[in-house]
Ligand binder design. Structure first.
Ligand code: C2E
Ligand code: MG
Ligand code: MG
Ligand code: MG
Length: 286
């Protein structure tokens, strides 16, 4: 019986795998071309300070503009770019694009909201493994003329922790260059307390899966509470991602969470929409 089950699952798995392999191969071909032709845009999701309800920054999130398939979300293609190392040139494009946007905001000296914005960029572990990453980022900072203390780099906890030995020195170097680091999707990996203390990070970003049902789920409520306290005990700031309801927001505020992101405030949007949102949102609280 068990064997029969196993065989059946195996067949279904194979058919799916086959389909997936074909469509991934097609995507990979399209991706190579897209990276070459820069067929991507960055959307920006506001980051809100929960103490004063102001948008203090944004996270840059990549979108692929596919000629036939339309806009493709990163879940569908980031892993392929990582497997093929296309993430290295693509990630460099993200850094360049994000930094020139940040420079644009910083130059708007008459707009206090825009010129003080922080910008978060997601970095892949593959990028961290590039020996020339630091020099390349330095180059972009120089060319765009940005104030580097506004630039924050996010590393996903779960992936990072699998390669912590090899990646830590890259993080140390980034920190030495005055760049702030955020541990993304916190709670999905296996960070030991020892590493949290050792890593040159300034902020934990608690994963959306813990925030999602915060109102009903007492288990997640306890985890979020403990995580916020842990962060603060270690002298770190904490961001909650995926806030969708006012109830979730109220709980997070009550628990002393520093910053928040989520559809409640805004989905990731194009840059001009972000600027409009900041204008109306921050007017209300000023
Ligand atoms: P992430 O860095 O954890 O980004 C948060 C994701 O959650 C984003 O998905 C965002 O749109 C989504 N999100 C934000 N608020 C809410 C909410 O209230 N509800 C729900 N349901 N979702 C929310 P997105 O943009 O599809 O990005 C997915 C992931 O792809 C990112 O997760 C990040 O790991 C990766 N990614 C995106 N852009 C880049 C990039 O430029 N470079 C690299 N290496 N990875 C990227
Ligand atoms: Mg992120
Ligand atoms: Mg995240
Ligand atoms: Mg996440």
């Amino acid at each position: 019986q068990a064997k029969k089950c196993g065989t059946t699952t195996h067949k279904v798995f194979n058919a799916e795998m086959h389909q997936k392999a074909i469509s991934n191969l097609q995507l990979e071909t399209d991706l190579r071309l897209a990276v070459h032709r820069k067929k991507f845009i960055l959307h920006y999701q506001p980051v809100v300070c929960l103490q004063n309800d102001r948008i203090i920054g944004a996270e840059a999130l990549i979108r692929w503009m596919h000629p036939e398939k339309g806009q493709i979300p990163p879940e569908r293609f980031i892993s392929i770019t990582e497997e093929t190392n296309l993430i290295v040139p693509l990630g460099m494009w993200v850094i360049q694009e994000a930094c020139s946007q940040l420079a644009n905001w910083q130059q708007q000296t008459k707009n206090p909201f825009l010129n003080s914005l922080e910008l978060e960029i997601n970095l892949s572990i593959k990028q961290l493994a590039q020996p020339d990453l630091i020099e390349q980022i330095e180059q972009v900072i120089l060319e765009t003329g940005i104030q580097r203390q506004k630039l924050k780099l996010e590393i996903t906890e779960s992936i990072f922790m699998e390669r912590v030995e090899t990646s830590q020195s890259a993080l140390d170097k980034l920190k030495d260059r005055g760049l702030e680091l955020i541990l993304d999707d916190f709670g999905t990996g296996y960070s030991s307390l020892e590493y949290l203390q050792k890593l040159p990070i300034s902020t934990l970003k608690i994963d959306r899966s813990f925030v999602m049902d915060l109102e009903q789920n007492t288990h997640n409520h306890k985890i979020v509470q403990a995580t916020i306290n842990l962060a603060h005990t270690l002298g770190l700031k904490i961001i909650a991602e995926g806030i969708e309801t006012t109830e979730q927001l109220d709980i997070l505020k009550q628990l002393g969470c520093d910053y928040g992101q989520g559809y409640l405030f805004s989905k990731p949007v194009a840059v001009n929409t972000l600027e409009e949102i900041i204008e109306t949102f921050n007017q209300k609280t000023s």
